[in-house]
Design a protein around this ligand. Structure first.
Ligand code: ASP
Length: 345
């Protein structure tokens, strides 16, 4: 199987973007990219969807991140949308949230049989006085807003995986496809999983974008952990855990073991570190260190990855375990896939 390291394409120079240049008198001047789109995992195709949207003059970063999430929700993959893996009772439940540059935000959790949870989250944000809807109420809201009720049937791939899982019915949360494979392997870096058509099996898709007008926005969409207990909600639809935006400071989004991200309000913490002057990468690293410090031996068994951009378009990422990739798109660069530095080697 193709290794993740071969799969990851580095920038032409093979160097990370430092984000700072020296100006007159040696003062550091931030040099970011604007506009820019950054997504978790191999989000190159979702970044393209965001980019195409942002090119239209009347479209904003918010439209772009919604388009990005919709594009992955429409595909069959393990971890996002109705084709994703079900909970342990065999039901697919979706979590998503969206946030703009003015602290407007919307979220849905445990949403069933609706194809585009991200668009329902946007409706929550724009057409309700609330921030978050869950379960049956979220579905009712979606239907009232004109979304269509889809079939409850599992995708062929998800059904196969579920039937396999039923043989042991281990009620342990399975964190993500990379972790599953690395655990069953020899403990080396996690190998990526490819679908029969050669595309990559995503985990939670988180996208953050800065448009040319300087507006930051973010979206996060997932079917959550495969075979989770019924009713379990992870970090992804929780504002401040899975996603946070403060336009004065930056944007951050998370993937990985949701419980551990919720415990520290991961993305909100990253924004606060950035507010104190940390670069996006350092801020992500500090949040990972905080998670690790809670219980270092437990932290060896799960993955968390963060990506962030600041209001100048400087980006960064960091993960707990190796193997966390993220995708970038900006004006003078083709779609780039990078691997984040990790705390554990
Ligand atoms: N963060 C997601 C959750 O806990 C899972 C993932 O990103 O793999 O539901």
């Amino acid at each position: 199987m193709q290794s993740r390291r071969n799969f990851v394409k580095w920038t032409a120079a093979g160097l990370p973007l430092l984000g700072f240049v020296r100006g007159a008198m040696g003062r550091e001047i931030k040099k970011g990219k604007k506009p820019i789109v950054v997504s978790t995992w191999d989000g190159r195709s979702v970044n393209n969807a965001a980019w195409e949207t942002m090119r239209s003059p009347d479209m904003t970063a918010l439209d772009a991140v919604e388009a990005a999430a919709r594009s992955i929700e429409a595909t069959i993959n393990c971890c996002v949308g109705l084709g994703g893996n079900p909970d342990r009772d065999g039901i697919v439940t979706l979590d998503a949230c969206i946030m703009d540059h003015q602290f407007n935000c919307g979220s849905v959790a445990g949403l069933e049989r609706i194809k585009h949870p991200i668009s329902v989250a946007r409706k929550v944000m724009e057409d309700s006085p609330h921030v978050m809807f869950v379960g049956a109420g979220a579905q009712q809201f979606a239907l009232e807003q004109g979304f269509q009720l889809e079939s409850p049937q599992l995708s062929e791939t998800a059904n196969k995986t579920y039937q396999e899982w039923l043989k042991t019915s281990e009620y342990k949360p399975i964190i993500n496809i990379e972790q599953t494979q690395s655990r069953s392997g020899k403990g080396g870096p996690a190998a990526p999983s490819f679908l029969p058509d050669g595309s990559f099996n995503h985990d939670t898709m988180g996208t953050i974008a800065l448009d040319s007008e300087g507006r930051l926005s973010g979206a996060c969409t997932t079917s959550g952990m495969g075979f989770k207990m019924r009713g379990r909600v992870g970090d992804s639809p929780i504002i401040g855990s899975g996603l946070y935006i403060d336009n004065e400071v930056g944007a951050a989004v998370a993937t990985g073991q949701g419980e551990e991200v919720i415990r520290v309000s991961g993305t909100h913490m990253i924004i606060e570190f950035m507010r104190q002057g940390k670069s996006p990468m350092k801020a992500c690293k500090k949040a990972i260190e905080r998670i690790y410090k809670i219980n270092p031996s437990k932290a060896r068994k799960f993955q968390v990855g963060f990506i962030a951009i600041d209001s100048c378009g400087v980006y960064g990422a960091y993960s707990l375990q190796p193997g966390f990739s993220y995708a970038l798109k900006y004006e003078d660069g083709a779609g780039v896939l990078k691997e984040a530095e990790s705390l554990l080697k």
